[in-house]
Design a protein around this ligand. Structure first.
Ligand code: HAM
Length: 448
């Protein structure tokens, strides 16, 4: 029987890998500009890490965690998100005592949720996210949203909708929850089973229900904004004012409550429909939290952060034709007989040291089929090593794009390749003062 991948997981290869790497690299660079440093919590945590933080009442903890007993009978969980692990790590290592606050962490890696797989929804998916922990200003909420916005526009996604809401402080939320309970009391019997559960555990989550009939009932429910304490109201207004000042557009969404229990005050989501019309759900989401650090036994600090779903972003890049392409080896070395393989392995090493990605055809074979293989692999040049070339210390360089070929002395190979492939080596060619701006007066004369 053929063995297939686990339902809800995805094999990544080819261009898709190139796109994940591209996203990770751009996102990390922008995070570093905002003074964030990478942190890597483990995939496996004690189940308690998530139960305590994400919340017993959340769908994630109730239904979606990959939890098992290990051989030592410990209950472990494969992380369904990063925030809890990052906070656990900061508290356990007392980073709040040794680092300048706020601690700014970014992270990237796979997370696991037992959800029903569908478009943009997997059981193993990748998140890239940030947490800003121990800051004492509402500006951090705005700056975190700004950082998310910068990341998305730097990958060409600038028509993003930012949905934002406030969940207020504890007191506001408790008042609001009882107002919701009152409102839904005589309606809940007609609503879905999930909502019936939510009514008992956390009525806020009813607002998030996707069932059409239920949404009609939700429409007229009391609004959070009418139950906010003065402090929470002011805080939210100020966050919005900072975003206005930054000209970041947002939509206030009264029903945005988020599925994880640790949030208070600002919550937000990034939404975008691809050019092909596909809506993959939120491409990223996050918010502010006040109790998480103390719940893990740390001091009374707050935090704010978000995570992007990388699979969703890659799908959007694909739909929008904004994909980056996989980088193929530029050079294919073709030794014509097995006895020249040792020359080929030496030559390819020095090419690689000089920064050219290089492939070698150690299977030898006929010239025509070797060339075909190099063309299929998208190489730009084939370097052919045969008897004549070995005798005369030369090599044949065949341009696979225009099919011209030339015999080149091995001593001259380096400068010959440089002149042929320099277009493909932008970075090393670019003038350091301007990185290739055409108007720069310092440009080297030989640049074209
Ligand atoms: P979340 O909303 O659960 O938040 O997940 C963040 C993002 O992960 C979503 O917006 C979505 O893009 C992606 N995502 C979620 N579930 C799936 C899935 N099954 N398949 C594919 N992508 C998915 C969090 O995880 C919080 N830790 C965010 C945060 C950070 N809040 C504060 N700091």
């Amino acid at each position: 029987m053929e063995i297939k991948n686990v339902k809800g997981t995805k094999d990544l290869f080819g261009n898709e890998i190139a796109n994940f790497q591209y996203l990770n690299s751009i996102m990390s660079q922008i995070c570093e500009l905002f003074s964030y440093k990478e942190m890597r919590p483990p995939v496996l945590e004690h189940t308690e890490t998530f139960v305590r933080s994400v919340g017993e009442g959340s769908d994630v903890v109730r239904k979606e965690m990959y939890t098992f007993l290990d051989k030592g009978n410990r209950s472990l969980t494969m992380r369904p998100e990063f925030t809890a692990g990052i906070v656990r790590m900061i508290v356990q290592n007392k980073l709040y005592a040794t680092e300048v606050l706020p601690i700014k962490a970014y992270y990237c890696g796979p997370v696991f949720r037992y959800e029903r797989p569908q478009l943009g929804r997997y059981r193993q998916f990748n998140q890239f996210g940030i947490e800003c922990i121990g800051g004492n200003s509402l500006y951090y909420d705005a700056e975190v949203i700004l950082l998310g916005y910068c990341i998305l526009s730097s990958i060409g996604l600038d028509n993003v909708t930012i949905k934002i809401n406030t969940l207020g402080d504890d007191e506001s939320r408790e008042n609001y929850k009882s107002a919701l309970k009152d409102y839904f009391k005589d309606k809940i019997d007609l609503m879905c089973d999930d909502c019936k559960n939510r009514y008992e555990i956390n009525p806020l989550r009813i607002l998030d229900c996707k069932v059409n009939e239920d949404q009609k009932v939700v429409k007229d429910a009391p609004k959070m904004r009418d139950y906010l304490s003065q402090a929470s109201k002011n805080r939210f207004e100020q966050v919005l004012k900072v975003l206005d000042g930054l000209q970041i557009k947002y939509e206030i969404d009264d029903n945005l409550v988020r599925g994880l229990d640790y949030y208070s005050e600002t919550v937000f989501e990034f939404h975008l429909t691809s050019k092909a019309g596909n809506d993959y759900g939120a491409i990223g989401a996050g918010g502010h939290y006040d109790k998480l650090i103390s719940q893990f036994g740390g001091p009374n600090l707050s935090g704010v952060g978000f995570s992007f779903g990388l699979e969703r972003l890659v799908s959007i890049l694909f739909d929008n034709n904004e994909e980056v392409r996989e980088n193929d080896a530029e050079i294919f070395v073709l030794p014509m007989e097995e006895k020249y393989n040792s020359n080929a392995i030496q030559l390819s090493l020095s090419l690689r040291i000089n920064g050219y990605s290089t492939n070698v055809n150690y299977e030898n074979g006929k010239l025509s089929s070797s060339i075909k293989k190099a063309v299929r692999a998208n190489a730009k040049l084939a370097l052919i090593i045969g008897e004549n070339e070995i005798e005369s210390n030369t090599i044949i360089v065949k341009n696979l794009v225009d099919e011209k070929q030339e015999e080149v002395k091995l001593d001259d190979l380096s400068s010959y390749l440089h002149s042929l492939l320099r277009h493909h080596h932008h970075d090393s060619d670019k003038c350091e003062c301007c990185y290739g701006d055409d108007d720069c007066e310092n440009h080297h004369d030989e640049r074209d």
